[in-house]
Design a protein around this ligand. Structure first.
Ligand code: SF4
Length: 197
């Protein structure tokens, strides 16, 4: 049973898989407490109904999606082994978006690590992350991003994403930074421009 905030079939709007169709499962519960969090409604898991993993898998299959993004909240507050087993049994690709603040459970085709200053990730998830996505609110955050670039593997894809409410202020800094540090790419929350979830 997992606390379900919302689920929907949409397009990934951020990071490496931008533009790809995916079924999103947003789980409740997060104690990381980012000041700019746009998913505060997910923080308290008790506000969200517990749903059996088999039911979630059935809904994914019914949608016709071939991949699932598990997000939150902080989804790794929960053991995700059973959910991933059910999805993999049905040949569904499993992607997760996590701060890395909790130990990894489940089997993942893609781990997007988005480290947060309040509760930094463990070394282990840094080594296995496929994608590092750092939210940039102010210029100083670029140093924070570099710290994690050094901790992830060589094949990890690197993204800087402007914090949505600071977009106009911070975007010139990010563009300038990527021109000088070309391993990084920009991640824009394109689902917000398309007005889709
Ligand atoms: Fe919000 Fe994610 Fe930060 Fe939790 S980790 S507070 S859900 S942005």
């Amino acid at each position: 049973m997992l606390p379900l905030v919302e689920e929907f079939y949409s397009l990934q709007g951020e990071g490496y898989h931008t533009g790809k169709a995916a079924y999103f499962i947003r789980l409740g519960g997060c104690d990381v407490g980012c000041s700019w969090c746009d998913s505060r409604f997910s923080w308290d898991p008790e506000l969200h109904p517990l749903v059996e993993t088999d039911v979630l898998v059935d809904r994914v299959l019914h949608s016709g999606a071939d991949s699932v993004v598990v997000t939150g909240g902080e989804p790794l507050m929960w053991n995700l082994d059973l959910l991933c087993e059910g999805l993999k049994r049905n040949n569904i690709c499993t992607y997760i978006e996590t701060s890395g603040a909790y130990p990894v459970s489940g089997k993942w085709d893609w781990i997007c690590l988005s480290p947060k200053k309040n509760m930094p990730p463990a070394d282990k998830i840094c080594r296995i992350a496929d994608e590092l996505k750092v939210i940039i609110e102010e210029k100083n955050d670029l140093k924070w991003a570099e710290k994690y670039r050094k901790m992830v593997g060589k094949k990890c894809h690197l993204y800087l994403q402007p914090e949505w409410s600071r977009f106009e202020t911070i975007i010139p800094e990010i563009v300038d930074y990527i021109r000088k540090n070309t391993r990084w790419r920009i991640s824009l929350q394109v689902h917000k421009y398309m007005h889709i979830p």
